[in-house]
Write a new protein. Structure first.
Length: 416
């Protein structure tokens, strides 16, 4: 009775007992929640089963974990696809799309050119003045100018004659091709020769204008000549400053138009029989692996490389946003004009590890294995395989990166 009275009469002790009971109860709840969390984590963990015979790891991924990583699969399909040849290539400038610009006369870059000279990377338009060069002509130089003018007039006549000949051949080759008498290659070569002759003729006309302008001045008059951009494009070289002395042999600017580029590819000698059927190519670049660029055949070489035993092919590719840069490496799929049966899967299912391509195949609702694959063509978002996956097998299209990471962790643990 006295003990009960003591507890009642000491409220602080009573409060202490209540606090102690609360803490103990809270600890039990925390332990319970922690246990549930651990159980949930174990349940959603990706685990492995290893075959004692092949040592192949099977990844076990329960339904909850699949939902957590957004895992999706798609069945492989066998269908008729175009037979292709895989080649390598690189981006080169198109003919007429690269120009080196020099001064039309020997002289000095004017101080006023400081506001005209474009920086590297600047976009310029055809005919845009890039700089001004000034020149003082004395009597002997005036006589030499007259001699040069007559020479330019002769060059114009010769260039015009060559251009007319090549233009006639180009028109004739187009007509024969349309009548299925001449191959496309003949048309392409004739067009290339005509375009080059046309450039030569226009350059000669421009030189004549410059000399004519200079001849209109007095013997000792200072005359200025504009240095103009011959094409529209991007400045890739600007080696000129105000006040600099220049002559006609110096390359002051380089301009490249990348709105359309060429991709140079190689065709092995054993595939030469397919050349008449080649019209286009599907081209991919490392920085844009999911995007396929279409290339149109522009030129077929005439000589087999003695080192590589390959033939040069050139494809034209549209590049309006200028993402493709000169020298960029390319993977080129060249259709060979034949149809074959092949297993196709989404390109998003293909991963790369150690230089090899692989996919994850679902062999049970919660089990996945690694398969190494090889493929010979790509059409849009699909790739055609030569081995690795059978028709109807399901490959992982989303969430494969998470499976690859788990597979890598397993290999590292085994190595340790």
């Amino acid at each position: 009775m006295d003990r009960v009275r003591y507890i009642v009469m000491n409220p602080f002790r009573l409060l202490y007992i209540w606090m102690l009971l609360g803490i103990l109860t809270g600890c039990d709840l925390l332990e319970s929640e922690k246990g549930e969390e651990q159980e949930k984590q174990i349940k959603t963990e990706i685990r492995k089963e290893v075959s004692p015979d092949t040592q192949e790891a099977t990844l076990i991924v329960d339904k909850e974990k699949q939902e957590l990583i957004g895992l999706q699969v798609e069945a492989a399909v066998e269908k008729e696809v175009e037979k292709t040849f895989k080649s390598f290539g690189k981006v080169i400038p198109k003919v007429q799309a690269e120009a080196e610009v020099s001064s039309p006369v020997a002289g000095r870059i004017t101080p006023e050119s400081l506001r005209l000279i474009p920086q590297i990377g600047a976009q310029v338009e055809e005919g845009q003045v890039l700089a001004q060069v000034e020149q003082v002509l004395n009597a002997p130089e005036k006589i030499q100018m007259d001699v040069d003018t007559r020479k330019v007039e002769a060059d114009i006549a010769q260039a015009k004659e060559e251009m007319d000949v090549y233009q006639a051949e180009y028109v004739r080759a187009k007509g024969l091709y349309e009548e299925h008498v001449a191959p496309l290659k003949r048309v392409q070569e004739a067009e290339l020769a005509y375009r080059l002759a046309e450039i030569k003729y226009k350059n000669a006309l421009q030189q004549k204008k410059i000399y004519t302008s200079a001849n209109h001045g007095n013997n000792n008059q200072i005359r200025q000549f504009p240095i103009k951009a011959p094409i529209t494009g991007t400045i890739t070289l600007a080696d000129v400053t105000a006040g600099q002395q220049v002559d006609t042999s110096q390359n002051l600017f380089t301009i490249v138009n990348l709105s359309v580029v060429w991709v140079e590819a190689q065709l092995f000698e054993e595939h030469l029989k397919y050349v008449p059927r080649i019209k286009k190519a599907r081209i991919t670049f490392m920085p844009f692996p999911e995007e396929v660029f279409e290339g149109e055949l522009m030129y077929v070489g005439d000589m087999i490389s003695p080192e590589t035993r390959t033939l040069q092919l050139i494809f034209e590719v549209k590049n309006p946003d200028r993402r493709l840069k000169l020298g960029m490496q390319a993977d080129v799929d060249i259709p060979l004009g034949e149809k074959i049966q092949a297993v196709t899967i989404p390109a998003s299912a293909v991963l790369e590890e150690g230089g090899k391509k692989l996919v994850f195949v679902r062999i049970a609702p919660d089990k996945f294995v690694t398969r190494y694959v090889t493929f010979f063509s790509r059409e849009g978002t699909q790739v055609a395989l030569t081995q690795g996956v059978k028709p109807g097998e399901e490959v992982v299209t989303l969430g494969a990166q998470e499976l690859l990471a788990e597979n890598l962790k397993y290999r590292i643990s085994v190595a340790d």
